[in-house]
Ligand binder design. Structure first.
Ligand SMILES: *Cc1c(COP(=O)(O)O)cnc(C)c1O
Length: 464
């Protein structure tokens, strides 16, 4: 039989709010969250009484439960986590993390008024894109530049501006899909351009483009094979040849580079990723790329190229729907500025730093984590330092291997999957990978400031 007396002793929402606990909560948390948490807690206690579970219904016990609920409801849904997967540009985990300079500039611009669209020297309205143009021109060697929300938008606005109801010639080897929703044939369809496929999956020749050109050709589009490779008996038409065709028929050549690498990665073992500068030099009329892939900046779509064409894009009414926010400008300008000194960029732009980090540095980090763990959990799991491979991710550099070091963990008292889940559901979440029935923590994507927290997360997960 449910304890009627105890049921009647449960406090009301109002009584909880007016208690000394309530006053303290109201100082710290949001009222609606507090009320919701009180209701949830009282309902739960009532249910326990009805189930004859004999719960503690002292005010202290109820308050403790309420507070737990308040804290849970007060957490942001979007929150930081530790990426132990070794995938540097992890699309599911926010792609690039920003440099300190970018973070500082976002804070400075976001909390103040700014000259976003104001020309301070002239004392009148200025242009939103003027702030970013000079540095992009300087870094890429292009004549002009403009920025939109992401690279998908950059490609879309190029198609809309130059090829509406016109044909766009693309090689069959370059009809890519990026992360499920960006597929060249579908982007083409939604832009109102007509896809004119040429060549075959493995081979496309210059003559294929020449033969496909007609009075209704709007663009020649080259799409970088960002996230896949075609190997074996293959042939693609390099940009300089495409530019020759474009010149002959007076049709602009657009190169969708995707990743947007601005520093040659050859010294780091990546040989087939063209830089933006190279493609501009080869004569592409427009080049589009992402801000948050290899560039290591905020989400953005950058378009650089011939002044006349960039101006035409800027005058497209669709621009307004794709324009970027001042915080993006702040992060992008600060990121780009660091590229004026390649050494500094590699050191301070996290994506570049992580991709170019040597085995020695990663090994040091792995040892630090390993030693801290060994002290506390060597009785709970087999721990080892092992060489492995990291990935660039983000649909970039699909074939490139980045030799790394991992800590492999094989727990004694739970499955590897259970450990993976515990780490993932921890606070903060740690995203690790499983390989051949051990859990791996790849030190390449661990930030030095995260090491202590990471170690605690692993200890907690193995102990409970
Ligand atoms: C990533 C990528 C895109 C899409 O860029 P977002 O910035 O994700 O919108 C388009 N084209 C290529 C070739 C890409 O690699």
């Amino acid at each position: 039989m449910p304890d009627k007396k105890k049921l009647s002793q449960l406090p009301s929402v109002d009584e909880c709010l007016k208690s000394p606990y309530g006053e303290e909560w109201l100082n710290t948390y949001y009222r609606k969250i507090i009320v919701l948490s009180i209701r949830e807690t009282i309902d739960a206690k009532r249910q326990e009484l009805l189930d004859d579970a004999n719960p503690d219904i002292s005010m202290d016990a109820i308050a403790a439960d309420i507070e737990k609920n308040i804290i849970r409801h007060s957490e942001y849904r979007l929150r930081p986590l530790i990426n132990a997967s070794g995938v540097v540009i992890h699309t599911n985990l926010g792609r690039s993390i920003l440099s300190d300079k970018a973070m500082e500039n976002i804070a400075a611009i976001a909390r103040s008024y700014s000259n976003l669209e104001y020309d301070i020297a002239k004392g009148k309205r200025g242009k939103r894109y003027s702030h970013i143009k000079n540095i992009l021109v300087e870094l890429t060697g292009a004549e002009d530049a403009v920025v939109v929300n992401n690279n998908a938008a950059a490609v879309l606005i190029c198609l809309d501006t130059f090829a509406k109801a016109m044909e766009v010639i693309v090689s069959r080897g370059e009809l890519v899909e990026i992360g499920g929703s960006f597929r060249i044939p579908e982007v083409m369809k939604s832009s109102g351009a007509i896809l004119r496929e040429v060549g075959t999956t493995n081979k496309t020749h210059k003559a294929d483009y020449e033969n496909a050109v007609c009075g209704n050709t709007g663009l020649l589009l080259k799409v970088h094979q960002s996230n896949y490779k075609i190997s074996g008996f293959t042939q693609e038409v390099p940009v300089p040849d495409l530019v020759k065709v474009g010149k002959e028929f007076k049709i602009p050549v657009v190169s969708d580079l995707g990743s947007g690498c601005m520093i040659s990665l050859k010294p780091y073992g990546v040989h087939d990723e063209p830089t933006v500068q190279e493609v501009i030099k080869e004569g592409a009329d427009l080049v589009t790329f992402s801000g948050d892939k290899l560039l290591g900046g905020p989400q953005a779509g950058i378009i650089v190229g011939r002044k006349k064409l960039v101006q035409k894009i800027q005058n497209n009414p669709m621009m307004r729907a794709m324009r970027i926010d001042k915080m993006t400008f702040a992060a992008l300008e600060a990121t780009l500025m660091q590229y004026l000194d390649e050494e500094k960029a590699i050191k301070h732009v996290p994506t570049l730093r992580m991709l170019t980090e040597t085995g020695d540095i990663i090994k040091k980090r792995v040892k630090k984590i390993f030693n801290a763990l060994k002290k506390s959990v060597s009785d709970k799991a087999i721990l080892e330092v092992q060489p492995d491979q990291s990935r660039a991710g983000g649909g970039s550099l699909p074939e490139a291997d980045f030799p790394t070091f991992v800590i492999s963990i094989k727990p004694h008292n739970m499955s590897v999957n259970a450990l993976e889940k515990k780490l993932r559901l921890g606070d903060p979440a740690v995203i690790a990978r499983i390989k051949e029935d051990v859990l791996q923590i790849d030190a390449r994507t661990i930030q030095d400031r995260e090491i202590k927290t990471l170690v605690n997360c692993v200890i907690t997960s193995l102990s409970t």
